[in-house]
Design a protein around this ligand. Structure first.
Ligand code: E4P
Length: 218
């Protein structure tokens, strides 16, 4: 399973990259705004800065919601760096654009996916990645894990090459569930990646090993 980090913050991206487990980055307009990156030029520059840190796919989201606008913006984003994946919303013109990009060799990430039906459409249109938003599904008292389960089954039934990029991850348990089900990628905030490290028995065990070493080597 590939690990992407879901942030526009360069320090967080460097920290995850330094851990040696990072395969890519996803961003969205909210994450850019949260990091104080505003205005087209600054946003485009941030994508390039991210691509220079991480050797892996970097999702860059279009703002346009009409077919021509999505295509224009997506082609511009894709020209920034070979690792850019154009992030396209799950709307009617978005699906048309996914097909256009797929036919023209531009890789895509279909975002804001909340149902198996949407996931089928995105795969049929040739999306490279499809992002089901697990946490936001949980937020409305449905189960994000169920959607990943459905998608894994459906994509396997038909041999879709589209990769399942589980998004809106809120906890280390989400990551483990995705791994159990066979999601291709998880994109998570830094804190969920780091939370995978923690186990109280590791802390207790390490403290004892170090104490015993000190006793024997005093
Ligand atoms: C996916 O690519 C999105 O950026 C992201 O995972 C959304 O997560 P959120 O629901 O925590 O905003």
């Amino acid at each position: 399973m590939k690990f992407f980090i879901d942030t526009a913050n360069l320090d967080e991206i460097k920290e995850a990259n330094d851990l040696g487990i990072l395969d890519g980055v996803t961003t969205n307009p909210s994450l850019m705004a949260k990091d104080g990156v505003t205005g087209t030029d600054s946003i485009l520059k941030r994508y390039v800065d991210i691509c220079e840190i991480v050797d892996g796919d970097v999702s860059a989201e279009v703002i346009a919601t009409d077919f021509d606008g999505i295509v224009r913006e997506g082609e511009n984003l894709a020209s920034l760096h070979k690792n850019i994946v154009v992030k396209v919303p799950m709307i009617k013109d978005g699906v048309k654009a996914l097909k256009y990009f797929s036919d023209n060799g531009i890789r895509t990430n279909c975002t804001l996916v909340f149902s198996a039906g949407q996931a089928i459409l995105a795969a049929k249109a040739g999306a490279t990645y499809v992002s089901p938003f697990m946490g936001r599904i949980d937020d409305i008292s449905w189960d994000g894990v169920d959607l990943i389960d459905q998608m894994v089954e459906i994509y396997a039934n038909y041999g879709f090459e589209t990769e399942i990029l589980a998004a809106s991850i809120r906890s280390p348990l989400h990551i483990v569930k995705c791994a159990e089900l066979g999601a291709d990628v998880v994109t998570t905030p830094l804190k969920s990646i780091m939370a995978l490290l923690n186990h109280p028995l590791t802390d207790v065990g390490l403290a004892k090993f170090l104490a015993d070493y000190k006793k024997g080597n005093a």
